[in-house]
Unconditional design. Structure first.
Length: 136
């Protein structure tokens, strides 16, 4: 007697293979998406730093009321994956921080990004490890 189609054991084996492949592929895809979102933090910090430097070159300091970016200001990055915060402790220094929001907090390697007036680029992992080469 000829059988057509798959036997029950073949279906079980097929489903097990699908589950194994999904268990490997889905987390890998999710990590890749989180890594790709880091570019929004880097771009937002770089563009904000450019604006602050233009203001400094025009007015001689970062704290002038004429600048569109003010100390203590916070705003979302493009697509909202990070919150950009501006810290200007004095007329000559600033630090920009991009803090992960929402699902992006799942990026445990590069949770927060930092950029200052000297161009120092840093990032902080969830374990509070400072790194720059991995994230920037």
């Amino acid at each position: 007697m000829e059988q057509s189609g798959l036997a029950q054991i073949e279906w079980v084996i097929l489903m097990a293979l699908v589950v194994i492949i999904a268990a490997i592929a889905i987390p890998s895809y999710q990590r890749s998406v989180l890594r790709s979102h880091r570019s929004y933090a880097r771009t937002a910090l770089t563009n904000t730093a450019k604006s602050l430097k233009i203001c400094h070159s025009r007015y001689g300091n970062y704290k002038t009321p004429a600048c569109s970016i003010k100390a203590g200001q916070s705003f979302p990055s493009p697509h909202g994956f990070y919150t950009i915060s501006v810290k200007i402790p004095n007329d000559k220094k600033f630090t920009l921080i991009a803090a992960a929001r929402g699902n992006q907090k799942g990026d445990r390697t590069c949770e927060d990004f930092f950029l200052n007036q000297a161009g120092l680029k840093q990032a902080k992992s969830a374990k509070d490890v400072r790194t720059s080469t991995t994230c920037w």
